[in-house]
Design a protein around this ligand. Structure first.
Ligand SMILES: CC(C)(COP(=O)(O)OP(=O)(O)OC[C@H]1O[C@@H](n2cnc3c(N)ncnc32)[C@H](O)[C@@H]1OP(=O)(O)O)[C@@H](O)C(=O)NCCC(=O)NCCS
Length: 180
């Protein structure tokens, strides 16, 4: 269903493959990363399998050979996407792979007509919060007691139209010799 598949070109990330074409093996690969990253908050295999069977669900998987490196799971409905799960395995974090995965997801989602992307991130997950801010997401609300033990979540939004306009504006003059 999702036809994108490409090599990531960065030197450090050579041989890493990103695909948006769902296959039945994805569930098991993602399940193993889930357990490593989220431990007792990991989704179980049955839940993952059910989610991946959903026609509205888009999945991106980063892998190296048969080894899973990271993934993104989102639901696309009527021009909006909600990111449900997103992770890079700890030993591969900090190499720009999360950025590649998220940027390619945004591009793919845009081709499917998505104009807004939402996600919830725990108020305690500063690393992910900072990462999303850096990637152009903005905090648009708080979901109280979203997680267990009264942990709140920030609701974050990425507006593709606004970001595209900002990118256009920052390119104005980039290819011209300005008089000053
Ligand atoms: C959040 C996560 C996906 C980021 O992936 P990553 O591969 O480590 O991030 P990258 O190396 O691609 O970093 C991309 C950019 O974000 C920045 N960034 C990453 N972590 C950051 C932090 N803690 N604070 C500030 N900026 C940060 C990087 O500096 C980089 O910016 P640059 O391109 O200008 O150098 C990863 O840390 C992860 O899987 N965390 C555990 C699971 C999780 O929390 N998922 C989100 C649940 S909502």
């Amino acid at each position: 269903m999702w036809r994108e598949s490409r090599e990531c070109n960065k030197q450090k990330n050579r041989e890493v493959l990103l695909t948006f074409e769902k296959t039945p093996e994805f569930s098991q690969i993602i399940f193993e990363i889930e357990r490593e990253v989220f431990e007792d908050r990991a989704w179980n295999l049955a839940l993952l399998e059910e989610e991946l069977r959903n026609d509205f669900t888009m999945v991106g998987l980063l892998s190296k050979g048969r080894e899973g490196i990271g993934y993104i799971i989102a639901r696309l409905i009527q021009g909006e996407a909600e990111i449900l799960r997103f992770a890079i395995r700890p030993m591969f974090q900090g190499r720009g792979l999360g950025k590649i995965l998220l940027q390619d997801f945004i591009r793919e989602a845009s081709l499917k007509g998505v104009t807004r992307i939402y996600l919830e991130v725990s108020e305690k997950n500063k690393r992910a919060y900072n990462f999303y801010k850096k990637m152009g997401f903005h905090e648009v609300g708080v979901r109280r007691d979203y997680y267990s033990q009264g942990e709140n979540a920030f609701l974050m939004e990425y507006n593709l139209e606004v970001e595209a306009a900002l990118a256009d504006a920052s390119n104005v003059g980039a290819n011209h010799d300005l008089p000053i």
